[in-house]
Design a protein around this ligand. Structure first.
Ligand SMILES: NC(=O)c1ccc[n+]([C@@H]2O[C@H](COP(=O)([O-])OP(=O)(O)OC[C@H]3O[C@@H](n4cnc5c(N)ncnc54)[C@H](O)[C@@H]3O)[C@@H](O)[C@H]2O)c1
Ligand SMILES: O=C(O)[C@H](O)COP(=O)(O)O
Length: 636
């Protein structure tokens, strides 16, 4: 079935926000295709011609949940050797796997059993590009930049990039996806190593180990100069209570420290189980003697430690960073060190790696540095090597990868029908999570699909994956897609339940509306809470584009594009004008406005679509309008 489908990758909202160029198929064929995937693996012929290459169409091997997309060997579609698919019997030629940075021996053994392995370290970008067209897989750590040029140069042969570690900021994911190349990582095997390195830096910093070592090697004996500070009884703030952060907290408790943590999305009971209190950002940085950073680098955390936040810290605070250099404004840190607000810092990661030789931060006498060694223990490197080798071999065989970080492939007819709903689903997830107040751990999400179709005829895995993506990605370093959505939700302790309700609408449309409810959380926008106490938002696809149709118990109608301001206000004349004027004065373009109310002249919700984020001053002025009771800015 579907043997001649060409497949398109699902990778971002940008893809899903534009209509598919492929003509839609009848719903029944879409549904039968989706249902057939729930039991038996099926083969699909793929045309995954890289978009910017001149190569001929060629075949690929990929797994989408349990749809196994196997290599097609028909002469007219195959231009390079890729004849090791399982359904063809024993491989005729082994795949070539390039390892461009040092990988543990046990991982190499796993790779050698399956393919031809070449270890070539320290390749220049040009050397990598000229080698890559001969490779089916590439394994890297954080030092190799896997750029768009690499995918272009691969001429379509590269099928999988394996990142032996967590962070994949060195891989151009968008390009990988466009070129149909799967990217997998090894997210768990170096957690303990990173936590141990955090603790090592904490203790070394407190006792001036590095400085004293350098001094004695320079022939000095400076016992008075290097008097340190004790850890026991001091307060440590763990910023980001995920895998690494919670392991650091556990160890710091063992050292007799009082541990608090800030993580807007971590469940409080997981923290309590370790004897850790979850507190607000300001409380954490304002009370801590030591601060240890373990959050991902996301737009929300970029330079979150800056002049303003350093000024709120306790004078003499000490900071450890084994997360990502970009969460600190490094110039601001130098100033805070010079002024004594920050007594010491211990850094394993930098905005630019390696940092410039004359970096004032690196050279600062109160700073201890290591060259991104968090994951560098023998044990972690063996673990990571095995984890990544198994993931890469699995991907080359066409098996499902639980640690896939970019796109699976989905038939165009599925995309063409679900495309606007996929976009709606992601945006609703993204909006709902932004309504959650900091400090509330998200545990339970319910999705209600209303449709005229029989509930059994609605396969919601793709939509559920996109809602999961919308909820998780803004608050973590995880990348969520159809392959890894359920895995990631489970790993994060997020339970997503679904309900399908049959309504009297057009069966031509797969879905009438999608509602996302988040239970047992506080909201930063009280009107987002519905009568049953959950954060609740609902959306529909109208004229092919996603619309928000209700917030809490208010009806609204706004197209989900750009950004959104939601205001709850007294229902009275002139409100649109007042807010519109403020936005106009601050050069913010309004794309649409909609007002929904419960009772005439009582309460209303105004939803305003804006192209730009209003500055603080504009938001302050909106908040000062007396009839506005609360408002929130949401990024789509
Ligand atoms: N130095 C190294 O060699 C090394 C090794 C491993 C991991 N890391 C880095 O450490 C960091 C943590 O990795 P992990 O595996 O624990 O990831 P994780 O996803 O398990 O944990 C990250 C946590 O940060 C939280 N978070 C998100 N936004 C936040 C915010 N604004 N404020 C506070 N917390 C926020 C998330 O809720 C999550 O609980 C990542 O940046 C990763 O790249 C570095
Ligand atoms: O993201 C990671 O896993 C760590 O930062 C380790 O990176 P590395 O593999 O380059 O040591």
């Amino acid at each position: 079935m579907a043997s001649s489908s060409s497949l398109k990758p699902i990778f971002s909202s940008s893809l899903t926000s534009s209509p598919s160029p492929h003509s839609p198929q009848k719903p029944s064929s879409l549904l039968s295709f989706l249902h057939s995937t729930t039991s038996t693996p099926i083969s699909l012929k793929l045309s995954s011609n890289p978009p910017h290459s001149n190569s001929h169409p060629r075949s690929k091997s990929f797994a989408v949940t349990n749809v196994v997309l196997k290599t097609d060997t028909s002469p007219e579609t195959t231009s390079v050797p890729s004849n090791y698919s399982q359904d063809l019997g024993p491989p005729l030629t082994k795949p070539t796997i390039l390892v461009s940075e040092k990988l543990g021996e046990k991982g190499l053994e796993v790779l050698r059993e399956f393919g031809h392995v070449e270890c070539l370290y320290d390749l220049s970008p040009d050397q990598l590009c000229s080698k890559i067209s001969l490779c089916d897989a590439l394994i890297v750590r954080s030092g190799t930049k896997v750029t768009r040029q690499v995918f272009e140069a691969s001429n379509g042969r590269l099928k999988v990039v394996g990142r032996a570690g967590v962070g994949i900021d060195n891989v151009d994911l968008q390009a990988a996806t466009e070129f149909g190349c799967l990217v997998v990582n090894a997210p768990t095997a170096n957690t303990v190593a990173a936590a141990e390195h955090g603790i090592a830096l904490l203790a070394a910093m407190a006792r001036n180990v590095a400085q004293a070592d350098a001094s004695i090697k320079a022939g000095k004996w400076q016992r008075n100069k290097y008097v340190g500070v004790s850890l026991v009884g001091k307060t440590l703030a763990v910023m980001g209570f995920g895998k690494v952060g919670s392991e650091v907290a556990r160890r710091a408790k063992g050292l007799g420290m009082n541990v608090i943590a800030h993580d807007p999305y971590a469940p409080a009971d997981r923290a309590r189980a370790l004897g850790v209190d979850l507190v607000s950002f300001d409380q954490a940085i304002g009370t801590a003697d030591f601060i240890s950073l373990h959050m991902p680098l996301t737009p929300a955390t970029s330079k979150v430690f800056n002049d303003e936040t350093f000024a709120k810290m306790k004078k003499g605070v000490r900071i450890v960073n084994v997360a990502r250099g970009g969460v600190i404004d490094e110039d601001a840190l130098v100033k805070a060190l010079d002024s004594g607000i920050v007594a010491q810092a211990a850094l394993d990661v930098f905005t630019k790696e390696p940092p410039p030789k004359d970096s004032r931060l690196v050279q600062h006498e109160n700073v201890t540095v290591t060259p991104h060694l968090g994951a560098s223990t023998k044990e972690a490197q063996e673990g990571v090597a095995i984890e990544i080798a198994e993931a890469v071999v699995g991907a080359l065989k066409g098996e499902l990868s639980a640690t896939a970080v970019n796109a699976p492939m989905v038939p165009p007819e599925v995309l063409s029908e679900l495309s606007p709903y996929v976009s709606l689903a992601e945006k609703l997830g993204r909006l709902a999570v932004q309504l959650v107040a900091g400090g509330s751990g998200i545990k339970s999400v319910k999705v209600v699909y209303k449709s005229a179709r029989d509930p059994d005829d609605l396969d919601t895995r793709l939509l559920r994956a996109m809602i999961t993506k919308g909820i998780i990605e803004p608050i973590s370093s995880s990348f969520v897609n159809l392959v890894n959505a359920d895995f990631t939700a489970k790993e994060k302790g997020l339970r997503i339940s679904e309900e399908r309700i049959v309504v009297d609408s057009s069966p031509e449309l797969p879905i009438d509306s999608i509602q996302v409810q988040i239970s047992n959380v506080e909201s930063k926008f009280a009107s987002g809470i519905s009568d049953n106490g959950d954060i609740s938002i609902e959306g529909k696809v109208k004229y092919g584009t996603p619309h928000l149709t209700s917030v809490g118990s208010f009806d609204v109608d706004v197209s989900l594009e750009g950004n959104l301001i939601l205001c709850r206000q007294v229902d009275q004349p002139g409100m649109i004008g007042q807010v519109g004027n403020i936005l106009g004065e601050h050069n913010v373009n309004v794309s649409f406005m909609s007002v929904g109310r419960t009772v005439l002249r009582k309460k209303a919700i105004m939803a305003i679509g804006v192209d730009e984020k209003p500055d603080k001053e504009a938001l302050k002025k909106i908040g000062e309008i007396s009839a506005i009771e609360e408002f929130v800015f949401l990024k789509l």
